[in-house]
Write a protein that binds this ligand. Structure first.
Ligand code: ZN
Length: 133
């Protein structure tokens, strides 16, 4: 199975974009009924995570707290000026794996897959590897 490249456009400096639908569409198109979908973010100032997609305040609180834990300005030395984004990316992580059963992502009732932007707005890529098994 070839690697699938998804394009994602973020519209804010810090953002959590629900990409569950995009990932499920790719799984459906792949025709894989049972297996694993790996979601990988090939950027150093973005990430991917799984969390609640029912109450939008969860995402709001998540972004508010992570911006407190890693402030944008804190005497960093990195010349590009976006050390906070690099830190947040590594903290949240660059990949997730979801089990596929009967052609559907086996996410919990309240779970969604989020692309996390930490230095937007930008055009971004998300890579998917869907493996049967
Ligand atoms: Zn940088």
């Amino acid at each position: 199975m070839k690697t699938i490249r998804l394009s994602v456009k973020t519209s804010a400096h810090t953002q959590m974009l629900d990409i569950t639908g995009l990932v499920q569409d790719a799984v459906t198109k792949s025709g894989v009924k049972n297996g694993i979908c790996t979601i990988f973010v090939p950027h150093t100032t973005a990430a991917v995570t799984i969390n609640e997609n029912a109450d939008p305040d969860v995402v709001r609180d998540f972004m508010m707290e992570i911006n407190k834990i890693v402030p944008w300005e804190d005497g960093y030395r990195h010349m590009e000026g976006n050390s906070a984004a690099h830190l947040k990316s590594s903290m949240i992580g660059f990949s997730e794996q979801v089990i596929i059963e009967d052609g559907l992502l086996m996410l919990g009732t309240w779970q969604g897959i989020y692309f996390c932007e930490y230095d937007g707005a930008r055009s971004r890529k998300v890579l998917l590897k869907i493996m049967e098994g």
